[in-house]
Structures are given as structure tokens and as C-alpha cells.
Design a protein around this ligand. Structure first.
Ligand code: HEM
Length: 448
């Protein structure tokens, strides 16, 4: 039986304590231990981290039937999201994905361009006379939440933004503790953290069930994502989705549709604040093309320099920093024999900083993604750059996120310069997503 190199661990629960304390460090250690795959142990569970493109392709593309989402991470996420697109598996997942897909076709997304541009412009207008510094990460969360509400569900969630953001903060904040606890994820302990988690889920439930009730009361179900889910009928039974299923899909979309994009935007603004020469170069390029206004959809998709900056930001700070899968059936995984029940991790954060694939990986260098660069994620290298994953579980919202991000960044970067407050290093906090710990506090200065 051939197995990957074992990452040494002296504690009885193996690497669980490091996973809890500093998961990014754990994957960085794993990356240093072997080039292809590394074995770790979380209590009694064996877990492998993969770094070799061919092995990653095996899991994500070639043999998806041999893996499922029955890991502790997804079990924990299910406490919040139920059985929505992110957490479901098998035939049920496939059916739901097919129902949702039309809302993410190029044509559907292009319809959202105006809403995205207007939301970005209105935020920029509000920033013109700012005196005090702001937390730009919080601002991006509110903006992305507003856009997700308007585009996917036809709902202006501006009034609910503060409570939804707080609920998401609490729920995701609890995630790491639960994932890395030796206790079962669903075990209800009478702790303050558990109560706060339950309250957060109730808040999100209330917002989403209200959306469902409003739409049921409307004469026209609409053609947005909510409308598609409500109109869908099971091919065999003819049944519509019940309120619980709708709730699971909507909470999933609400969270997946704003939390990741908000982080991508926040990290991009941080990198540009840290690299003012790039920010100036980009502002000049954007102004020459757009003359200060927000881009149309066609214009946004044709901003090469901004696109390179955005891709480099997703490399250094991938909002989804790792995904896990469970092996369903023992089999041969490349040169190794893997047992059923083993957890397999693909960590974007580790892969995107792997010296085997990137020169000076810690350096911010958008030219990696310029045409002709030998670092472009092509061929095998595609599996070393996975911000949206690949294969059948690839992000359904990747084009949506890209369009939204380019429109917002193009609008803001032409008009403002961002200066960091103080010199406190901003560390990534790895929960479900990769968030800037403590936010990103900046002075927002209008460009003349
Ligand atoms: C920069 C922004 C985004 C990033 C980096 C991102 C990344 C990802 C990744 C890595 C996955 C795979 C997760 C897994 O296997 O567990 C995923 C799945 C998913 N994403 Fe995104 N995402 C982004 C934006 C969005 C947006 C805007 C939406 C919706 C409007 C969205 C909806 C989803 C859904 C529903 C899934 C599950 C898809 C499935 O398994 O069928 N994401 N995303």
C-alpha cells in the first residue's frame, strides 16, 4: 500500500490543534513536506492535502463519482445552509444545479450590469466628502450584499444589511471552532457561542422566509433566481420545491453570492493601497478608457490591466482558501492507495503560493497574468490556480463575480486613492472564506 508522506504530529489528536489555531500554517507546513501529496491526521480521520495537478484533476474532474461532500466541514456548513447547491451531492445536487443554471448564463448576467454599476456609483458618490477613515472591507460586504439581493432575488436588502452582515459574521466565526472540535458538529452545547450561532441562523431564516412569502404573494413569479427555483417542478413527481428547500437554496446563494465577492474586492483594494504605483497606473488606464464613469458590461469585460490585477489578487487571497472531499470508495489515486473515508483537501491558498508554480509567490505581480506570461494557468498549471475551482462543482457564479468585481473596481479606482491607516499588518483569517482580520481601515481620497 503506497501512501503519501506523513506530516509529523506529536499530539494525540494529530493536526487538529493546528487546524484550529492556524489552518493556513498547517497547509503551508504540508506544502513544505512533499511535492505531490501529504498525509495528516485529524483525531482518528486521515486527511490528505494534494499539491500535484494530476492528482487534483483526478478528484475534481476525472473521478468525481469517487468523492462526495461528506466531510466535517460541509457537515458543519449544513447547520447553516441546509441542503443547498454548495452542500448537496449526487442526483439532488445535479437537479438543483440545472434549475439554477439559466440565471447564470452570460445573457442573464449581462442584465445585471446596470444594477452593479449604479450600486457602485452610488457608493462612490457617498464617498466624495468622507473625512474619517472607513473599513473598506465592511463597505464591500454591504455593497455586494445589496447587489446580490437586487440581482438574484429582486429585493433591496439595504435595510437588512446590518443585521444580515452581523449574522453572517457570527455564523462564519463559529465555523472554525466547530470544524476543528473533536465533538460532533451538530451537538448542541449550552454555550454562549452556540446560542449566538442559533440566533444568527434565525435572523437569516427570517430574511429569507420573508422573501419567499413576498414572492408567493406576487402575481408574477419572475425570471430571477428565486423565480426559477419557485417555478421548477420535479420531473418525476411534478412537485414544486417546498419552503424549506427554497430556504436552503436562497441562504446558500445569499451567502455564496456576496461573502466571497466582498472579500475578493477588499483584498484587491488592500493590495492596491499597498502598491500605490499599480493603483496610479490602473487609474490612468481606466480613466483613459472610461473617463471617470462606470463601465458597461462590454467595457468591463475588456479591461485587461484591471483583469490581471484582479486575478493576481485572487491568487494571493483566494476567498475560498480550501475545499474538502471525502473518498467514497477505496481506489488508486495516482501512485497512492486511498481508503474510503479519507478526507482530501485542495487548498487554493497553499497552491497559489507554491514556489513550484509561481516565481516569488509572495510578491504582488499582476503581470503573471499578462498575455504571453509563462505563469498563465494553462495546461497542467490550471490545477494550480483554482479561485473558482474546476470540474462539475466549479463555482456557478464565477462570471457573475468577475463582472461585478470589474465594474465595482473600475468605478472606484478611477475616482479614489486608498491610504491605509497605520502600519498594522492585515492578516488573513481562514474561516469558510478568507477574511481580512479586523477589517481594512483606509483613508479614501478623491483623485483630482
Ligand atoms: C470572487 C467570488 C467568488 C469566489 C472566489 C467563489 C469561489 C467558489 C468556489 C471555490 C466554489 C467551490 C466550493 C466547493 O466545492 O465547496 C464555489 C461554489 C459555488 N459558488 Fe462561488 N465564488 C464566488 C462568487 C460566487 C457568486 C457571486 C455566487 C452566486 C451569485 C456564487 C455561488 C456559488 C455556488 C451556488 C456554489 C456551489 C456550486 C455547486 O457546487 O454547484 N459564488 N464558489
Amino acid at each position: 500500500m503506497s501512501k503519501p508522506t506523513l506530516l509529523p504530529a506529536r499530539r494525540p489528536l494529530g493536526h487538529l490543534a493546528t487546524l484550529r489555531r492556524d489552518p493556513l500554517m498547517l497547509f503551508a507546513q504540508a506544502l513544505g513536506a512533499a511535492d505531490d501529496a501529504v498525509r495528516m491526521r485529524f483525531a482518528t480521520r486521515e486527511a490528505w492535502a494534494l499539491f500535484e495537478p494530476a492528482l487534483i484533476k483526478h478528484v475534481l474532474v476525472d473521478h468525481t463519482e469517487l468523492f462526495d461532500k461528506g466531510t466535517r466541514g460541509y457537515d458543519t456548513l449544513r447547520l447553516l445552509l441546509g441542503d443547498g447547491l454548495v452542500t448537496s451531492d449526487g442526483d439532488f445536487w445535479l437537479r438543483q444545479r440545472r434549475i439554477a443554471q439559466p440565471a447564470f448564463h452570460k445573457k442573464s448576467i449581462a442584465r445585471f450590469g446596470d444594477v452593479m454599476a449604479q450600486a457602485a456609483e452610488s457608493l462612490a458618490d457617498g464617498w466624495r466628502f468622507l473625512k474619517a477613515p472607513i473599513d473598506v472591507a465592511g463597505a464591500m460586504t454591504r455593497l455586494a450584499l445589496r447587489i446580490a439581493g437586487l440581482t438574484l432575488f429582486g429585493e433591496d436588502l439595504t435595510d437588512e444589511t446590518a443585521e444580515v452582515s452581523r449574522a453572517v459574521d457570527v455564523a462564519l466565526g463559529q465555523f472554525r471552532n466547530r470544524v476543528s472540535s473533536p465533538l460532533p458538529p451538530g451537538l448542541r452545547l449550552p454555550t454562549a457561542g452556540a446560542r449566538a450561532f442559533d440566533d444568527a441562523v434565525s435572523t437569516l431564516d427570517r430574511v429569507v422566509f420573508q422573501m419567499i412569502a413576498d414572492r408567493r404573494a406576487a402575481t408574477d413569479p419572475g425570471t430571477d433566481l428565486l423565480g426559477l427555483f419557485m417555478a421548477a417542478r420535479d420531473a418525476e413527481t411534478g412537485e414544486a420545491m417546498n419552503d424549506r428547500q427554497l430556504r436552503d437554496e436562497l441562504i446558500t446563494m445569499l451567502l455564496a453570492g456576496h461573502e466571497t465577492t466582498a472579500n475578493a474586492l477588499a483584498w484587491t483594494l488592500l493590495l492596491l493601497a499597498q502598491h500605490p504605483a499599480w493603483a496610479d497606473r490602473l487609474a490612468d488606464d481606466l480613466r483613459a478608457r472610461l473617463d471617470g464613469r462606470a463601465p458597461t458590461v462590454a467595457e468591463a469585460l475588456d479591461l485587461p490591466l484591471l483583469d490581471q490585477v484582479f486575478q493576481e489578487s485572487l491568487r494571493l487571497y483566494p476567498p475560498v482558501w480550501a475545499v474538502g472531499r471525502r473518498v467514497v470508495e477505496a481506489h488508486r489515486l495516482g501512485p497512492f492507495d486511498v481508503d474510503a473515508g479519507t478526507y482530501i483537501f485542495v487548498s487554493q491558498y497553499a497552491l497559489h503560493r507554491h514556489p513550484r508554480f509561481w516565481r516569488h509567490p509572495e510578491r504582488f505581480d499582476p503581470t503573471r497574468f499578462a498575455p504571453g506570461s509563462d505563469e498563465l494557468p494553462e495546461g497542467d498549471r490550471r490545477y494550480a490556480y483554482l479561485p473558482f475551482l474546476r470540474g462539475r462543482r466549479q463555482c456557478i457564479g464565477d462570471q457573475f463575480a468577475r463582472l461585478e468585481s470589474l465594474i465595482i473596481l473600475a468605478t472606484l479606482l478611477q475616482r479614489f486613492r486608498f491610504r491605509l491607516v497605520g502600519d498594522r499588518p492585515i492578516a488573513p483569517e481562514a474561516s469558510v472564506t478568507l477574511r481580512p482580520r479586523g477589517g481594512i481601515h483606509v483613508h479614501v481620497q478623491p483623485r483630482r
